[in-house]
Design a protein. Structure first.
Length: 393
């Protein structure tokens, strides 16, 4: 009997050691406490009679991924030019609007032809272009210079430029290292949030990045961060955006869902991490969609408007099915059938800029349909064609 009890104790200790090792390896310790608190609050919050689902799909869009030849980059781009409108037209929200996409194009790898092709999709009403940047071992001065050089190239294409000729953009950090959260090899700039604000960034859409070590402690929220220019990862904490409360800090953080997925388990026992990234190996299944919405990310004081931001790397061939093909179609079909009955749920497809505008409308106390506020704070860029730019000049 003693031997058996010792055996059970040994098994328990080994299992606990393994679980702790796995948790540290996946950096779960950074955010699990916040997740538990968030879950308890969510379970204790009464459900609104009608919930508006504001769905935004952001894309780390890199046709040049894996350093492929120009011909393959062009083939990747053409897949989107030809097939994305077909997918988008097949999937419409409560207002009849087609699916929207936000292409975060890497500024340091700028290609005018590629950006021009994406602008055609924008002119067709299928989405918008935003700013994505990879950098490492930078200084504040070198990062500003790199940003300015990239912005000049975007401006030549009339991208990231508002009708009044000012600059405004949403941002995704290419190396999952915002504000030097992952170390110098993946960023290098402790005052990156200040640089973003001063160069026209209205919100960051980088997170979540779990299981990366740069994941912030604050999760499943929309919040303002105040930059500490002398320390990294200022966005680890922040103040929630709230109805009727003035903005506080340097930059808005719009995070996607981060949770545990108990329906997809490692070794059939441990839950996997749900970080709302759509991949070939982890497509947007109905179970995942339900989990995203269940996290109930909202502006404090406006619980009936739920914000769901998902991400992908949509350009590589391996992403085709999950972003353009049958897996994407199945995900969107479930989203529309389950969350757009016009009574319990109302679905809205939006771009990153439009999601920000709806958040600002909520903060200002606006009510009703979120789709009334797509241009509340920042107007839509014009995405002028070459001929239109000539006419205006």
């Amino acid at each position: 009997m003693i031997i058996f009890e010792l055996f059970i104790l040994a098994v328990a200790l080994v299992s606990l050691t393994y679980v702790l090792h796995l948790a540290k390896q996946k950096a779960i310790h950074i955010w699990i406490g916040s997740y538990i608190v968030h879950t308890m609050r969510r379970l204790l919050t009464s459900k609104p009679e009608t919930t508006h689902i504001i769905f935004c799909w952001v894309d780390h869009f890199e046709p040049m991924w894996n350093k492929v030849e120009q011909s393959q980059q062009q083939a990747r781009l053409q897949a989107w030019i030809h097939d994305y409108p077909v997918l988008a037209e097949r999937h419409r929200d409560s207002t009849g609007r087609p699916l929207q996409h936000s292409w975060f194009y890497p500024g340091e790898l700028f290609n005018a032809d590629q950006v021009g092709s994406l602008a055609e999709l924008c002119r067709g009403g299928y989405g918008e272009i935003e700013f994505h940047h990879h950098h490492h071992n930078e200084t504040s001065q070198s990062l500003r210079k790199a940003f300015d050089e990239a912005f000049d190239k975007f401006r030549e294409q009339n991208i990231l430029v508002l009708p009044d000729n000012s600059r405004a953009y949403a941002f995704i950090h290419g190396n999952m290292g915002l504000d030097n959260a992952r170390g110098d090899d993946w960023c290098g700039v402790n005052d990156e949030i200040t640089i973003l604000r001063e160069t026209g960034c209205y919100a960051d859409f980088s997170y979540p990045v779990a299981p990366c070590i740069s994941q912030a402690t604050k999760i499943n929220s929309i919040y303002y961060v105040e930059d500490d220019p002398d320390r990294p990862k200022s966005h680890n904490t922040g103040i929630d955006v709230q109805v009727g409360v003035a903005p506080h800090g340097d930059l808005m953080m719009i995070t996607g869902p981060l949770a545990l997925n108990w329906q997809k388990r490692k070794h059939g026992i441990l839950p996997t991490i749900e970080n709302a990234e759509i991949q070939q190996a982890n497509p947007g299944t109905s179970n995942r969609v339900d989990n995203w919405i269940r996290q109930h990310i909202h502006v404090k004081g406006r619980p009936e408007w739920v914000f769901v931001k998902v991400s992908c790397h949509g350009a590589p061939e391996m992403s085709y099915d999950s972003c353009l093909g049958y897996q994407a179609d199945a995900m969107l079909t479930h989203l529309e059938q389950r969350y757009n009955d016009q009574k319990n749920y109302v679905l809205h497809y939006v771009t990153a800029r439009e999601m920000y505008n709806i958040i600002k409308a909520a903060e200002a106390g606006q009510q009703g349909s979120p789709s009334d506020y797509l241009n509340f704070a920042i107007p839509r860029p014009q995405y002028l064609s070459s001929s239109q730019k000539v006419e205006i000049s």
